[in-house]
Design a protein around this ligand. Structure first.
Ligand SMILES: Cc1cc2nc3c(=O)[nH]c(=O)nc-3n(C[C@H](O)[C@H](O)[C@H](O)COP(=O)(O)OP(=O)(O)OC[C@H]3O[C@@H](n4cnc5c(N)ncnc54)[C@H](O)[C@@H]3O)c2cc1C
Length: 354
């Protein structure tokens, strides 16, 4: 597979300027995200990342919410991963929806009590929404989109839409706050039912929280589409459509193909901007970062901003009628053809999903 030129930039040895001794003991607070009482796989990736900070890392997972869903998620978190040594639970209606303001204050509170050396979240919209506020409250500069952890204060992150990798050393005095790309820290299987390594669950004391802590934003409503398709961020197969689909009606071909393959649907920004699909399906620099086993791109030019979100996929298949389209430079299998002929043929020839 032709790969995008990757320049390793800025690898500088700054150990003498670091204000934090690498020998300082490591303790990490991992932001836990859950839905319907189940911890999201991206949290496991955050735990995997935390593990690579150092051997004797004590890892706490912070969960916030209310009611039975929180209790179920806490029970799952406690036996999720042998490296999780504690589950912290903030149970309040203030956390019923993942608003950044109360969450940021909660992290600040947990940090004051636990004095963690590191705070980690995955780079999904949940972590990206909360971290800047939390970092501002803690007066630290977060390091985002980490793809490699070299040591407890040395990290690699992509820059220029993934065309260069920058190695940065954290030299701040406060906790080192990281968002990590889940695709770079593949999680081992969720342990879930094993009770052998159950971590203790403790409640966060919220007595200092009040109406003000909720902040100025209010939850209004959640608009989401009920779908049985796998989550785009974690799917094994992703079928993506681009501007070439021309209409929302035509884009349904991509959805049908995804259904047959048990795949998630992705889209380019051009397809999203044209209104073919909602923007939570956008793959790329300003969308989701995916690395499935199979990525199929139909009518996608392969703009650098799109590649930034999918070039780490294991196998890339591209169908484009322009033989010079840049997507073919990263594709393992390329077909120069018209998607309006290729997709119907695929739909006809592929067996129905069992
Ligand atoms: C700051 C910034 C951030 C961005 N972030 C993202 C991002 O996160 N994700 C993203 O995707 N883009 C992003 N973009 C936009 C990006 O630059 C491209 O404009 C976009 O990816 C193009 O989408 P496309 O490939 O669907 O459309 P086009 O570039 O228009 O390509 C359509 C392709 O379809 C092919 N085609 C046409 N008809 C057919 C047919 N019948 N059969 C087969 N092939 C056909 C054409 O040959 C062409 O290659 C960003 C841009 C900027 C400036």
């Amino acid at each position: 597979m032709a790969s995008i030129a990757v320049i390793r930039a800025l690898r500088r040895r700054m150990s003498s300027t670091s204000s934090i001794s690498p020998s300082r003991s490591i303790s990490t607070l991992v932001l836990g995200e859950f839905e319907g009482g189940r911890i999201k796989p991206s949290c496991l990736s955050a735990v995997e990342a935390a593990k690579s900070l150092g051997k004797d890392n004590s890892i706490s997972m912070l969960l916030a919410g209310s009611g039975s869903s929180l209790r179920e998620a806490a029970a799952m978190a406690a036996s999720l991963h042998p490296s999780v040594s504690e589950v912290l639970v903030a149970d309040s209606d203030m956390f019923a929806h993942p608003l950044a303001e109360p969450w940021a204050k909660l992290i600040h509170l947990a940090q004051q009590k636990g004095s963690y050396s590191h705070v980690i979240a995955s780079s999904g919209s949940f972590g990206k929404n909360i971290f800047p506020r939390a970092a501002a409250l803690l007066d630290v500069s977060p390091i985002t989109d980490v793809v490699e952890i070299s040591d407890s204060h040395l990290f690699v992150r992509p820059i220029y839409a993934g065309n260069a990798l920058s190695t940065v050393r954290y030299t701040g005095a406060g906790p080192c706050m990281l968002t990590i790309r889940s695709t770079s820290f593949p999680a081992s299987t969720i342990i879930d039912d094993s009770k052998s390594n159950e971590a203790p669950i403790s409640q966060v004391d919220l007595s200092t929280f009040n109406e003000e802590s909720v902040g100025k934003s209010r939850f209004v409503k959640l608009a989401s589409q009920a779908t049985e398709r796998p989550d785009l961020g974690n799917a094994r197969v992703v079928v993506t459509g681009g501007r070439a689909l021309k209409t929302a009606e035509n884009f349904k071909m991509i959805e049908k193909l995804a259904e047959k393959l048990g795949a998630a649907v992705g889209a380019t920004r051009a397809a999203v901007d044209a209104g073919y699909v909602p923007n939570d399906l956008q793959v790329g620099q300003t969308g989701k970062i995916v690395a499935p086993e199979l990525y199929m791109a139909f009518g996608v030019s392969g703009a650098i901003q799109h590649l930034a979100g999918m070039k780490d996929s294991k196998v890339i298949v591209a169908v484009n009628k322009d033989a010079d389209a840049p997507i073919f430079q990263v594709a393992d299998y390329g077909l120069v053809g018209d998607l309006f002929e290729v997709i119907p043929e695929l739909l006809e020839k592929l067996p129905e999903k069992k």
